[in-house]
Design a binder for this molecule. Structure first.
Ligand code: AMP
Ligand code: ZN
Length: 466
């Protein structure tokens, strides 16, 4: 089955879809900014995880499983982590408390994203294990005149970068901002150690008791890295000076990704850091911004208590990754029904190949809504074919057997399938003797148990309707 289209991806920098040409098709390289591990991940954090997992799976399908390297970091040094550690473990030395927080939160994150059926990335580097690389990049930046030491800080100067005017990109190009406007619009009460108000921190002093590491040369006291330098260091270590795809949520374009580009390109004298910049749109809940104060803050863990991860995954993919998502209970319920049907019809499917109709929309900048429409089309044309099953598996669905899926739902609903079958047999008998009062009563009883029934020539089938 021939796939005639090539992969095209929308690039935030050029603002257009462009053909994807890996630097090395034998080693396709993608970096996605991962979580800061201080608390349960929320359903908004699940969006980049799921979106870039689909891309990872697609790239593996196109280039071969062993030819794709996906790096997603874990940020384990951050003020939010320190605050949480001090609050939760007041009796422990701060560094021990921090380790507890990052280990626990990291484990929770893995359990959550495993349940969403996201493949583990090829490498999940931790910031604290890459301090040496950060120091090295910082020292190169200082040597190159792009950064300077002041009061035990190291600051990056976007103005020095734009003045250099070599192979480098323009600071502001990725986020489509002009440095002059940033200079004009910046706050006046700028930190005293900054030469210009647009300078950003590469390295800073640690407060007493906080995690600290030997500083870049020129600073005696120990210190800790700024956030942006972490990703430049981890991407460099694991993917090289230039790689293919860099991803994350749209909120990261500025300042985080703009600053990553600046650091990496100036340190390595490159015109680009990544060839394609991809950003997922934001998720809101029942038409409102998700926030703790509005009380609509939903963790992945909360949702997994009510729904299998595949339901959440499907629900996420119903919207194109660049559009905003409105996460609603109604939509999740529909996704649940769709998956019940797919599991049921593919239960005895023969082996097959993913369908071209399912893959082609993915090649068009991951058009997952179109892919899902194609899956429905396949289901309606051919029932539970091998092609449908293989297509679903490619996308991370059907990770359980149909029996396990049904069994889990029964457990969750507390309904005993044997009891359901017995009631259906009683109802069939009542209908046979034209006792419609009794047959309706049984239907209502089943409905109250969350079971919907459907009569056809072949007999009565049932499903959980929630
Ligand atoms: P954070 O831990 O806040 O740095 O976020 C981790 C990842 O989740 C980043 O790629 C963010 O862009 C992304 N993210 C955070 N909130 C949302 C949201 N509401 N919708 C979509 N993506 C989000
Ligand atoms: Zn990052």
């Amino acid at each position: 089955m021939g796939i005639h289209m090539e992969l095209r991806l929308y690039d935030t920098l050029t603002k257009e879809k462009q053909p994807f040409r890996p630097l090395d098709p034998k080693n396709v390289r993608m970096y996605v900014c991962g979580p800061t591990v201080y608390d349960f991940a929320h359903i908004g954090n699940a969006r980049p995880v799921i979106v870039f997992d689909v891309l990872f799976r697609l790239l593996r399908h196109l280039y071969g499983e062993t030819h794709v390297k996906y790096v997603r970091n874990i940020t384990d040094v951050d003020d939010k982590i320190n605050d949480r550690a001090a609050r939760d473990y007041p009796g422990l030395p701060l560094n021990d408390a921090i380790r507890k927080v990052t280990e626990e939160t990291g484990k929770q994150f893995h359990a959550d994203v495993d349940a969403l059926r996201a493949l583990r990335p090829s490498i999940e580097p931790r910031a604290t294990e890459h301090i040496g690389e950060m120091r090295e990049i910082i020292e190169r930046l200082v040597k190159g005149g792009f950064a300077y030491v002041a009061e035990d800080h190291v600051l990056f100067s976007p103005q020095a970068m734009n003045a250099a005017n070599k192979v480098l990109p323009r600071y502001g190009a990725l986020s489509n901002r002009s440095l002059d406007e940033m200079i004009a619009g910046a706050r006046v009460d700028v930190a005293p150690y900054k030469r210009d108000n647009t300078d950003f921190v590469l390295w800073k002093p640690s407060k007493p008791g906080e995690p600290s590491w030997p500083s870049p040369s020129g600073i005696k006291a120990e210190g800790r890295p700024g956030w942006h330098i972490e990703c430049s260091a981890m991407a460099w270590k694991h993917l090289g000076e230039q790689f293919d795809i860099h991803g994350g949520g749209i909120d990261l374009v500025f300042p985080h990704h703009e600053n990553e580009v600046a650091q990496s390109c100036c340190a390595f004298h490159q015109s680009r850091m990544a060839n394609v910049w991809m950003h997922n749109g934001f998720l809101q809940v029942e038409s409102e911004k998700m926030s703790k104060s509005l009380g609509n803050f939903i963790t992945i863990r909360d949702l997994l208590a009510d729904w299998p991860g595949e339901v959440l995954r499907l629900n996420m993919l119903k919207t194109h990754y660049r559009s905003p998502i409105d996460w609603t209970l109604k939509s999740v319920e529909e996704s649940s029904k769709t998956l019940d049907d797919w599991y049921r019809v593919t239960a005895d499917a023969p082996a097959g190949q993913p369908a071209a109709s399912v893959i082609e929309p993915l090649l068009d900048d991951l058009n997952t809504p179109q892919t899902i429409a194609a899956l429905h089309g396949l289901r309606n044309e051919s029932g539970g074919s091998g092609g449908l099953a293989a297509s679903l598996r490619l996308l991370g669905f059907l990770s359980e057997s149909a029996a396990a899926w049904e069994g889990r739902k029964q457990q969750a609903s507390g309904v005993d399938a044997g009891e359901v079958e017995r009631l259906i047999a009683e109802r069939t008998a009542a209908r046979a003797r034209k006792d419609f009062g009794e047959s309706d009563r049984i239907r209502d009883q089943l409905a109250a148990m969350g079971v919907a029934i459907k009569d056809s020539k072949a007999g009565t089938t049932w499903e959980f309707s929630r």
